[in-house]
Design a protein around this ligand. Structure first.
Ligand code: NAD
Length: 334
């Protein structure tokens, strides 16, 4: 298949590269011209295990190309992925300016019917906004093309993004159009050969699924930090407790590490965006709010340990910070 991917960051670059590795022809688009030029020279702007080799191989064999010219990609593709950032806005909601500006540009430049796939993490209702934005632009041009907007949230983890994309736990597709779902199934078929990993649903549920997944994982971390704080007070060891509960297969070992709180480019913004969505719809999301507030307080727990050890006056002390990215295996310091 021929595919355009808008946004060549952690998600877009991995998505485009992995699709090209499976024999598709992929156009990776970015507005950051420096990024595009570096990629053409085989310089990968992010660290992600296994990615560099795949990018270089597929660029050299012509299946993967990089450009800042969206029209070139759209003219030659049937499917266009949107994988731009959705940072946290001032009120905690997801800032959709990059997604909607990508949608606007699609509407201004598309030259035939298209499936537009939203891979960015976006609140419920965004697929409709994307579709309306594209259609408005088509109307301005006095042209009429079929536009199907699909929600296909991404679950890859930085540090193992290539492996996660190549062997996903599941592929979630939100669409109510059977033909479009079949095209998406065909596209993802090489990644799901082992067993059926394809989950289809309506668009709103697919958009919600991504937030629910991140909120669940963030909640586990805050829960364990709370248990750790209790452990410290009663003389128990959180690591023993973690092993003791992780071995229960209803609970599992993942995301049970206590520490200084969750960070990175996704959990803080996604938990806040879900809180904002709930409030916009008149619901008070108590567990999500406590997940965030436990996480914020946990940072002080680390500072308090330092003060308890060295005293209130830290002037003259030298501290080493071991590990600047938010987790191992990535260079992402957001
Ligand atoms: N990073 C992750 O681990 C991860 C995992 C799953 C989902 N997501 C979601 O995927 C989305 C992208 O995240 P990311 O970490 O890849 O972001 P990123 O900031 O690394 O990359 C976004 C890229 O989009 C480009 N861009 C912005 N507007 C553009 C436009 N109009 N045209 C072309 N390019 C444009 C930027 O220059 C940038 O290179 C976000 O919604 C995020 O929440 C991220």
């Amino acid at each position: 298949m021929k595919i355009t991917v808008i946004g060549t960051g952690y998600v877009g670059l991995v998505t485009g590269t992995c699709f090209s590795e499976m024999g598709n022809k992929v156009y990776c688009i970015d507005i950051d011209i420096n990024k595009v030029e570096s990629l053409k020279k085989g310089i990968i702007p992010i660290y992600e295990p296994g990615l560099e080799e795949l990018v270089i191989r597929n660029y050299e064999n012509g299946d993967l190309s990089f450009t800042d010219e969206l029209k070139e990609g759209l003219d030659n593709s049937d499917i266009c992925f949107i994988a731009v950032g959705t940072p946290m806005g001032e009120d905690g909601s997801a800032d959709l300016q990059y997604v909607l500006s990508a949608a606007q540009e699609i509407g201004q430049k598309m030259s035939h019917d298209m499936i537009v796939v939203n891979k960015s993490t976006v609140p419920v209702g965004t697929a409709e906004k994307v579709k309306n934005t594209i259609i408005n632009e088509l109307k301005k041009r006095n042209v009429n093309y079929d536009v199907h907007v699909v929600s296909n949230p991404e679950f890859l983890k930085e540090g193992s993004a290539v492996t996660d994309f190549m062997r996903p736990d599941r592929v979630v597709i939100g669409s109510d159009d059977e033909e479009v779902i079949n095209v998406m199934k065909e596209l993802y078929a090489p990644f799901t050969t082992n067993h059926e990993r394809f989950i289809t649903m309506d668009v709103c549920s697919a958009e919600m699924t991504k937030y629910a997944a991140n909120a669940m994982l963030a909640t586990r971390i805050s829960f364990m930090n709370e248990i750790a704080n209790i452990c410290e007070r009663v003389g128990a060891d959180i690591n023993h407790v973690r092993e003791g509960i992780g071995s229960d297969n209803r609970i599992g070992y993942s995301f049970l590490y206590a520490g200084c709180g969750y960070g990175g480019s996704c959990f803080p913004k996604d938990v806040n965006a879900l809180i904002k969505t709930a409030e916009d719809y008149g619901y008070e999301p108590r567990i999500l709010k406590e997940t965030e507030s436990v996480n914020n307080e946990q940072k002080y727990s680390l500072v308090n340990k330092i003060i308890n050890r060295f005293g209130n006056d830290l002037s003259g002390c030298t501290f080493a910070v071991w590990g600047l990215s938010f987790k191992p295996g990535t260079d992402d310091m957001r």
